[in-house]
Write a protein that binds this ligand. Structure first.
Ligand code: GYE
Length: 335
C-alpha cells in the first residue's frame, strides 16, 4: 500500500460523533455550493454512482448503511450498485454510471488489479473517481482523485504486536493459522503483509496454514474445519475479519476445543458481533477498521465535483480492543 502525504485522520471511536459533525458541516457546504462550479442551478443535485463490493460481512453492511445515510443527509442523489463480490459486476456498474453521466463515481474495488481500462474510460468522460475503503494497484495515479479508507498493513501489524507480547515467554513453537480475506483484495494482501512481517520478530511464531475464507462466516467456518482436520496443534487463529472469525468459532467448538483458550483468536474490524465475542472471551484481540466512511465520502464527492483539490489519501485512524476494553465499548457500539 502506498502512503502519500497530507493524511487526514479521524478516530474510529468517535466515528458517530464525527459523522454528526461532518453532516452539520456538509449542510453549510451544500448551501454555499449552490450554483457553483458544478454548474448545478436550483434543485440540481450531485449524482453519485457508488459500486459496493457486496454484502459479505457485518463491516460491509455497516459501510453500506453509512454511505446511504450520509448521501441522504448531504442531499446527494445516490445510485447504488451491489457487485456481489465480482469484479466484472463492478466494471459493468462503472460503465453504466459513465453512460448515465453521473457527476462523481465512487467504488470499493473488490480486488486491487485490473482497473486501468475502466478508470481510463471514466477519466475520458471527465467523471472524477473516488476510491473508498479498498485501493487499486494502477500505476497511473491520475485515474482517480483520492483514496478514503484504512491502513490495512497497520491493522495486520497491530494484530501481530499483540501476539508477540502475548507469546513472549513461549519456549516452543506457536502454530498460527490464517484466514485470509478475498483473494487479491487490498485488505487481504495488506493485512497478511503487516502481520507476516511483524511476527518475524519471534522465530517461534509460525503460520502453518493460510487460506482465503472470502471475508464470510461460511467461508471462515469451512476453511477452519479443514485447518483443524489437517493440523493437530493450532495455537492461534488470525482471521482477516470478524465474520470469518465468527464462522471459525463454530468449527472450533465442534472440534471440542475452547475458542479464546485452546486457540487464541485475533480478528480485524470490531463490528458488534465481533466485539461481543471478544467481550465473551471467545476472541482475544481485535484491530479496529471503521466502516463509517459515508460522511467523508460525501464531503469528498462535493469537493471533487466542484473541482477542488483534495488530499491524495485520507486515512481513517483506528484503535484496538482487548477483552476488557471490548466490554467497556460494547454498550455504545452502533454497528
Ligand atoms: O474488513 C471486511 C469486509 O474492505 C475493509 O471488507 C474492508 C473489508 C472488511 O468484507 O469485513
Amino acid at each position: 500500500m502506498r502512503i502519500t502525504g497530507n493524511t487526514l485522520t479521524r478516530r474510529g471511536f468517535g466515528a458517530v460523533l464525527a459523522a454528526g459533525l461532518l453532516a452539520t458541516g456538509l449542510t453549510a457546504c451544500a448551501n454555499s455550493d449552490t450554483g457553483d462550479a458544478g454548474g448545478a442551478a436550483g434543485d440540481d443535485k450531485i449524482v453519485l454512482g457508488f459500486s459496493q463490493v457486496g454484502a459479505e460481512s457485518g463491516w460491509r453492511t455497516a459501510n453500506t448503511t453509512s454511505v446511504k445515510e450520509a448521501a441522504a443527509e448531504a442531499g446527494i442523489e445516490l445510485k447504488f450498485d451491489d457487485a456481489q463480490q465480482k469484479q466484472e459486476n463492478q466494471i459493468r456498474a462503472i460503465r453504466n454510471f459513465i453512460q448515465q453521466k453521473v457527476d462523481v463515481i465512487a467504488f470499493s474495488p473488490v480486488v486491487e488489479s485490473g482497473w486501468d481500462t475502466v478508470l481510463k474510460e471514466a477519466k475520458d468522460a471527465q467523471i472524477p473517481v473516488i476510491l473508498t475503503d479498498r485501493a487499486v494497484d494502477s500505476a497511473d495515479k491520475t485515474l482517480y482523485k483520492t483514496f478514503l479508507g484504512s491502513d490495512f498493513v497497520k491493522e495486520g501489524r497491530l494484530s501481530a504486536e499483540w501476539l508477540l507480547e502475548e507469546t513472549k515467554s513461549a519456549t516452543g513453537p506457536v502454530n498460527i493459522v490464517e484466514l485470509q480475506g478475498t483473494t487479491g483484495s487490498a485488505p487481504a494482501n495488506d493485512r497478511k503483509k503487516g502481520f507476516g512481517e511483524a511476527i518475524a520478530a519471534n522465530p517461534n511464531l509460525k503460520i502453518i496454514a493460510s487460506q482465503s475464507g472470502d471475508f464470510t462466516r461460511a467461508g471462515g467456518k469451512a476453511v477452519m474445519e479443514q485447518f483443524l482436520k489437517a493440523n493437530p496443534k493450532i495455537d492461534v487463529l488470525f482471521a482477516h475479519n470478524d465474520d470469518m472469525g465468527l464462522g471459525a468459532l463454530e468449527a472450533i467448538t465442534a472440534a471440542g476445543k475452547v475458542p479464546g483458550k485452546d486457540i487464541k483468536i485475533i480478528t480485524i474490524d470490531a463490528v458488534k458481533d465481533g466485539m461481543q465475542a471478544l467481550a465473551d472471551g471467545k476472541f482475544n484481540f481485535i484491530a479496529e477498521c471503521s466502516p463509517l466512511l459515508g460522511p467523508q465520502l460525501m464531503d469528498l464527492a462535493k469537493k471533487v465535483h466542484a473541482g477542488e483539490e483534495v488530499p491524495a489519501r485520507i486515512e481513517t485512524e483506528e484503535t484496538t480492543f482487548t477483552q476488557q476494553t471490548a466490554k467497556e465499548a460494547l454498550p455504545n457500539r452502533k454497528y
